[in-house]
Design a protein around this ligand. Structure first.
Ligand SMILES: [Zn+2]
Length: 291
């Protein structure tokens, strides 16, 4: 735990709350400082551990991927398949923003100034969320949007074991077209996508097709495009993401936990392939048979 304190120390923010809750989180997990740190089997070279812990805890996975790749969708589907919570830090921040209290005021100020929410605040929100979940009997998790930096990944490693990191990938040309096709209904707030993606195979790379997600007739006349879904902004977003995420991918690659997954298309093509890559295809068959 000394490492967590050390990592958190140089910050301007008061870190005691985060440290205390992380410490509490540590004490409630099977791993303690005095016991030898039993790492879960590394993924490449074997199948990913569906039940990683001999005491039967559920999976503890992280999802990485560019904005627009659809990681929220896949993380949420896997979380219902495996019965673990899908914890998206973006949702935690939004919830905290809409709640009452000093944290909400602090966050509003940060967001209004266009600044990034600090590691301390994110970790604080995350540890609170994990504690609440554990009190309700939750086991395992799929994290989406965290960690974003190596420092966050190191802090996470101090408090819990991550079994597997799934990096979802799409070619940049596809991501760009997908983002430019996004539409929101100004009446009901639902998201749609008008892009019909059809890239032919090229230089040994397989082709990729993604069907649009068209709006129902009542929404058609209300469709709007987000102001930040322009080509220049999307390209800049992808550039910033790639710059930040490469060291993080390398961090997990060195730990042998990174599973690179090239999405072969939209959800209908990608979902079965993803389950196959995770050795979960039988898991879903059993579940649908039982349902
Ligand atoms: Zn609508």
């Amino acid at each position: 735990m000394a490492a967590v304190t050390r990592l958190l120390k140089p910050s301007r923010f008061s870190c005691s709350a985060a440290t205390v809750s992380l410490r509490r989180w540590l004490s409630t997990t099977a791993v303690s400082e005095t016991e030898p740190h039993v790492k879960t089997p590394l993924y490449p070279g074997g199948s990913p551990p569906l039940r990683a812990d001999p005491e039967g805890r559920n999976v503890q996975w992280v999802f990485l991927g560019c904005p627009g790749v659809g990681k929220g969708t896949y993380a949420s589907r896997l979380s219902s398949l495996l019965g673990v919570p899908h914890i998206a830090t973006g949702d935690l921040v939004r919830e905290a923003l809409s709640s009452d209290g000093p944290l909400s005021r602090q966050l509003t100020e940060i967001v209004n100034q266009g600044k990034l929410v600090s590691d301390e605040i994110i970790i604080n929100l995350l540890s609170k969320r994990l504690e609440t979940g554990e009190a309700k009997g939750e086991s395992g998790f799929i994290l989406d949007g965290f960690p974003r930096t190596i420092r966050q990944a190191e802090i996470l490693d101090e408090v819990t074991d991550i079994d597997l990191v799934i990096n979802l990938k799409l070619p940049e040309s596809v991501l760009l077209e997908k983002c430019l096709g996004r539409r929101i209904c100004s009446e009901c707030g639902k998201n749609f996508n008008v892009a019909s993606i059809n890239f032919k195979s090229e230089n040994g790379r397989p082709g990729i097709s993604m069907a649009p997600l068209p709006p129902p007739p009542q929404c058609v006349s209300n469709l709007i495009t987000r102001s930040d879904d322009t080509e220049a902004v999307v390209k800049e977003r992808l550039r910033v993401y790639n710059e930040q995420s490469q060291p993080l991918e390398e961090f997990y690659r060195l730990q042998g936990k990174l599973l690179e997954f090239d999405l072969p298309g939209g959800i209908p093509e990608s979902w079965p392939k993803l389950l196959e890559a995770l050795n979960l295809d039988e898991h879903e068959e059993k579940r649908s048979a039982a349902a």
